[in-house]
Design a protein around this ligand. Structure first.
Ligand SMILES: *Cc1c(COP(=O)(O)O)cnc(C)c1O
Length: 620
């Protein structure tokens, strides 16, 4: 798996004249986005989690870009004026841990090139294309062993042409080490280009790394060295790149149901990987990184650890409830919606001694009454849902969970539909165990349920008799710790997608994600006000992740008709019945954009007008 990239961006870009005096070449925009930023986006979408940019001329511009993308690390080549690309790569080399992509900074390219390199079974591969007629070609020559032996601008001298250098490669750390050894061996080599270094080590007997050329004959790409190339890029190459990449677009369906949520195409495609036995160390490492990434979303990995199962969110709830109440312990469960009721139901199936604290499904919990119940000190364990997805009611865990601690209880929380959607810190909330799933705010595919556990609390379960088997938290934890394997077959492809979803969550940040969901919610609430539709929960107690809307008071309303109408525009909505209160629900989860919520509100308004609801107000 290619997890890192180096972008060599030390160059002066002097052929651009004035344009690049104040700005590195990579920042020249194509269709409004700087070339290098677009390249960063493509690398992230293909699963790269760290991008090291070797800078030089105008390095500040890259430092600014690094503030926008947390995956970027910049390293300055102080001697950029006297070195070439290899000098810039040299300053990046110490940060490389495994396979990486190496790119030039002034490239416009079709992202398929990254996929092709990632899927090539050879370790070191340089991407090439057929003839570009760009007037600045670097020709790659293969030796008799089929590996790269020369990179030159002199076409006439090439005997066995492998293609034209694109400026994107996939290399191993071992290859980079040999490149560095060659580069440092002689002070005369200070101005070497990386492509010549690759050709040198690939063809010299003294080195082990073989470098191969992978040619895509009609590859859409260009480097941009001067005004003429920029013009060609904008007029000829950019339209081809856009068309080619659009062929990969998956038809967009916006899920406004409360999970699974809309995913990005990059998360969908992350599942398409080579087959792998999940008992291979490589997959164990992937799961370990995913677990740590999941922990970091809501807790400090020093104190917390994530235990994962192949299951839905309810599976994680069942693992937590059935594992975390000590033998002879007693559970207090807050039930103010379907999910609280579900926690209680699970406990009853496992015959766990329990009291249920019932509370309104749409009004805040009476904390004094709850505390009174806690004071009886009968309970070892306290269970509550953070965000009641049934209604959109957000429970005040910042007040409630510390109370549970005050009365000596272990707190176990279903934070399934809050996790990843809003900043959460389990440590400061005083939560010991928390559940969520791969397919809600974190933005992955359904199939992984997990429990984020306070380590010292989890360790207490070591000698407890097992109430469960597949879902046993401590057993799953211990087995993974010892073997880097789950006890039973994990959902392999879901894990690859989850890894990508975590990268994208880090890039966006949970805070910004919360702001995006809030923006969508505000658009919805404003439209509901205009249509005269009422919400079940007072807005100040709402999570902003899901909105339960009371159905309009007319016999013409039909959920199915509204559903089908919305679906015909690519929006999926969800019903919600609470006792005798009838609602429909609109979620803000996953990869939803404010402009899509704008479009949805128009669709909703059209339906409401068609049954005579919204028009009354519009006409008034
Ligand atoms: C979605 C959700 C779950 C889990 O539902 P599954 O269908 O089992 O994935 C659990 N609790 C809450 C609060 C939820 O919103």
């Amino acid at each position: 798996m290619v997890k890192q990239a180096i972008i060599a961006a030390g160059g002066l870009g002097s052929r651009f004249g004035d344009r690049t005096k104040e700005m590195p070449k990579g920042f020249i925009p194509i269709d409004g986005v700087p070339m290098v930023e677009r390249s960063v986006q493509k690398l992230i979408a293909s699963g790269v989690e760290e991008i090291i940019i070797g800078t030089g001329h105008c390095s500040e511009a890259y430092d600014e870009l690094a503030k926008k993308y947390s995956v970027i690390k910049t390293v300055k080549n102080e001697n950029y004026a006297n070195t070439s690309s290899m000098g810039t790569i040299a300053v990046c080399a110490p940060f490389i841990k495994g396979d990486f992509f190496l790119l030039e900074s002034d490239l416009l390219y079709d992202a398929v090139g990254l996929k092709v390199l990632a899927n090539d079974e050879r370790e070191n591969v340089v991407l090439a294309s057929g003839a570009t007629h760009s007037d600045d070609e670097v020709y790659l020559e293969n030796g008799s062993d089929g590996a790269l032996c020369r990179a030159t601008k002199d076409k006439a001298s090439v005997k066995n042409l492998a293609g034209e250098l694109v400026g994107i490669s996939k290399l191993s750390k071992a290859c980079l080490d040999e490149m560095m050894a060659w580069y440092k061996a002689d002070a005369d080599r200070i101005k070497a280009d990386y492509e010549s270094v690759l050709a040198e080590i690939s063809s010299a007997a003294a080195f082990n790394a073989k470098v191969y050329v992978r040619k895509i004959e009609y590859y859409a790409w260009t480097e941009i060295d001067d005004e003429a190339m920029l013009k060609r890029a904008v007029e000829q190459i950019w339209p081809r790149v856009q068309e080619n990449e659009s062929l990969w677009n998956v038809r967009r369906e916006v899920l406004l149901n409360p999970g699974p949520s809309t995913t990005t195409d990059s998360v969908k495609y992350a599942q398409v990987v080579a087959d792998i036995c999940p008992r291979e160390l490589e997959f164990g490492n992937l799961m370990e990184e995913v677990a740590e990434g999941l922990t970091e979303v809501c807790a400090n990995p020093k104190d917390y650890i994530t235990v994962m199962f192949g299951c839905s969110g309810t599976g994680a709830d069942e693992a937590m409830v059935s594992s975390c109440v000590p033998p002879n312990g007693k559970l207090l469960v807050v039930d103010n919606g379907s999910y609280g009721a579900r926690l209680a139901k699970i406990a009853s199936v496992y015959k766990i001694d329990m009291d249920v604290f019932k509370s309104s499904t749409y009004e805040p919990i009476d904390i004094a009454a709850l505390e009174k119940q806690m004071q009886s000190k009968k309970y070892t364990t306290f269970a509550i849902v953070y965000h009641e997805t049934t209604t959109g009611l957000l429970n005040d865990l910042a007040t409630i969970c510390p109370l549970a601690k005050k009365y000596g209880m272990t707190t176990i929380c279903d934070i399934v539909s809050a996790y990843g959607g809003m900043p959460i810190d389990l440590g400061s909330l005083g939560i010991d165990f928390a559940t969520s799933t791969s397919n809600k705010h974190i933005g992955g595919m359904a199939g992984v349920g997990f429990v984020v556990c306070k380590r010292e609390e989890l360790l207490k379960q070591k000698d407890w008799p097992m109430r469960n088997y597949y879902l046993n938290l401590y057993d799953q934890y211990k087995y993974f710790l010892e073997t880097k394997q789950t006890r039973f077959t994990p959902p392999v492809q879901t894990f690859y997608a989850l890894r990508q979803a975590i990268i994208e969550t880090k890039v966006e940040t949970v805070q910004k994600r919360f702001e995006r969901f809030s923006a969508c919610w505000e658009i919805l609430v404003k439209a509901l006000d205009e249509m005269g539709l009422k919400m079940l929960v007072d807005r100040k107690y709402q999570s902003r992740f899901i909105t339960a809307i009371l159905i309009p008071d007319t016999p013409k309303y039909s959920f199915n008709a509204l559903h089908d109408w919305a679906k015909s525009f690519g929006f999926t909505i969800y019903p919600g019945k609470l006792g005798n209160i009838d609602t429909f629900r609109i979620a803000n989860m996953g990869d939803i954009k404010p402009r899509e919520m704008e479009r949805f509100t128009k669709v909703l308004r059209e339906y409401m007008e068609s049954i005579g609801v919204a028009s009354r107000r519009a006409n008034a």
